[in-house]
Design a protein around this ligand. Sequence first.
Ligand code: SF4
Length: 61
Amino acid sequence: MKAVVDGEKCIGCGLCVQMAPDVYEMQGDKAVAVKEEIPEDKVEDAKSGADQCPVAAITIS
Ligand code: SF4
């Protein structure tokens, strides 16, 4: 599975990075997905981060 952060929507709150630091990281004032492919054991964390994003900027597919 892959996570993509929409940089247009991201407000840089950092919540996704707190929820899943192995999946997301801050780059400047925006979050980005660290890797193209989410490691199998981090998928639930990645989804939690996406679910809690206040502006729904994260797509997991
Ligand atoms: S939770 Fe959403 S708005 Fe906050 S840093 Fe992550 S992608 Fe950006």
